[in-house]
Design a protein. Structure first.
Length: 455
């Protein structure tokens, strides 16, 4: 067949030839070689192929190590919250985000408002006509409760609906990005983990987009609102109460440190015992052959004894820390009411009413400060969920934003069309990717040797 064919290279083929090293092998070049030369070449290439297999194993180990390092580094990298929130949000989603955040802030502002009215209720019990004095306050309570009912429903519902919509779009985009990658990317990636990553990372992103951020805003609005009502009712007594809170914060921090350190030590001890048991089970034939069952059980019991001792110490530390926290909390209550009683007894003037402090002012300031400061505890688990979503968003959007070297669905490419002319011949052309280039060369040579040996 001496007829040559007309080269019809489309942009797709041109891009592939530009971005990848293509080797063309022609069977006609090897026709003049003898069978001995083919056998020698086959032996050499077999040895080279074994060396290539060893190199591939080393590359796989290096790839696994590199993947673990990247995952460890990715835990410290965070995607901007606006990126995971607004990338796939359409107009309706943005409206739900805005309205949901507004309602969450209004809910947070309205919840501590009872402390302001609580002072009026306490003062009404000291008056002669209790029922007439308490009716307006009870009506205000009912109105505030109805408003919070509406705002809390809409903030939660709108943010959850928005997270479902954006989460679905993110899942589709993530899967599309995986399917669009070229073979060189799959060679460097553990394919078996892609399904679990898709599920885990999209769930973390959706959780961070939903009511978690709304609850964080609610908690901070509640804190500011409670402190505002307390300082507005009596700033002098509220300031005295506020300065005593660092003791409670210190005790809370001690509890956290004690539980974290104890948990890590306990986990490490049980991990050692579990590792020893797994080692014995993996070599169960050897253990039974030498009759070492009793020795293995005694060794396992020794490690469990260490884990038990570590667990006892851990729970003792946690119990002392929790007891110290309760002691500090009730001590704070005693400090607050004793200071408030002193203000009432000494008839200290309240700058808001230009009158002395009364029982209603003391109770309103106390509950306002306590409610405002402790409401920050609501934000802690939600901040953790948002952080996990940002970490997952970093890993997901790095893949979504990655542009493959070969775009499979690029609309600018032209189709080759049907080829029916028998006067055309094809040369074996292979694209050498970064991980399997030498393997393809070995495979092509073996195919050539086998084809020529049967001629």
């Amino acid at each position: 067949m001496d007829n040559s064919y007309d080269e019809q290279k489309t942009p797709l083929i041109q891009n592939e030839s530009n971005q990848n090293t293509s080797n063309t092998y022609n069977f006609n070049k090897m026709q003049d070689q003898s069978p001995d030369q083919f056998n020698n070449d086959s032996t050499n290439y077999t040895q080279d192929f074994k060396k290539e297999e060893i190199r591939q194993l080393i590359d796989q180990v290096n790839l696994k190590t590199q993947t673990l390092r990247q995952e460890k580094k990715a835990k410290t990298d965070l995607a901007p919250y606006g990126k995971i929130l607004l990338t796939y949000a359409d107009k309706n989603d943005k409206i739900m985000i805005t309205v949901g955040y507004i309602f969450s802030i209004l809910t947070g502002i309205g919840l501590p408002s009872f402390v302001f009215l609580f002072g009026d209720i306490v003062n009404s019990f000291t008056d002669g006509n209790i029922l007439e004095g308490i009716k307006p306050t009870c009506l205000q309570f009912a109105i505030i409760g109805a408003v919070i009912w509406v705002t809390s429903y809409f903030y939660y519902a709108l943010l959850v609906i928005m997270s479902e919509r954006v989460g679905q779009k993110t899942r589709v985009a993530y899967l599309r990005a995986i399917l669009q990658q070229d073979i060189s990317w799959f060679d460097k990636t553990n394919v078996t983990e892609l399904s679990a990553r898709l599920t885990k990372e999209c769930q973390a992103i959706q959780k961070a987009l939903g009511e978690k951020m709304g609850t964080i805003q609610l908690a901070f609005a509640m804190c500011l609102s409670g402190l505002f009502f307390a300082f507005f009712r009596g700033w002098w007594f509220s300031l005295i109460l506020f300065f005593a809170f660092p003791v409670l914060f210190a005790m809370t921090y001690i509890i956290t440190l004690a539980m974290q350190s104890g948990f890590m030590q306990n986990l490490r001890s049980y991990g050692q015992s579990a590792g020893y048991a797994e080692q014995a089970l993996n070599a169960i034939k050897v253990v039974q052959a030498f009759g070492m069952e009793t020795t293995e059980m005694s060794n396992y019991d020794k490690y469990l004894g260490r884990a038990r001792a570590t667990g006892v110490r851990t729970h003792m530390k946690s119990a002392l820390a929790i007891a110290g926290f309760f002691f500090a909390m009730f001590g704070y209550y005693g400090y607050a009411f004793y200071t408030g009683s002193w203000l009432v007894t000494e008839k200290v003037t309240n700058s808001r009413t230009h009158d002395s402090y009364n029982a209603g002012d003391i109770m309103a300031c106390f509950f306002g400060v306590v409610f405002g400061v402790f409401s920050l505890g609501m934000a802690t688990p939600n901040i953790k969920a948002v952080t996990e979503g940002r970490v997952a968003g970093k890993m997901a959007y790095d893949l979504i934003d990655r542009v493959p070297a070969i775009k499979l669905d690029d609309q600018s490419y032209q189709e080759v069309g049907s080829i029916k002319d028998q006067n055309r011949k094809f040369l074996m052309t292979f694209l050498l990717y970064s991980m399997r280039g030498k393997q393809l060369q070995q495979l092509v040579h073996q195919v050539q040797v086998k084809v020529l040996s049967f001629r």
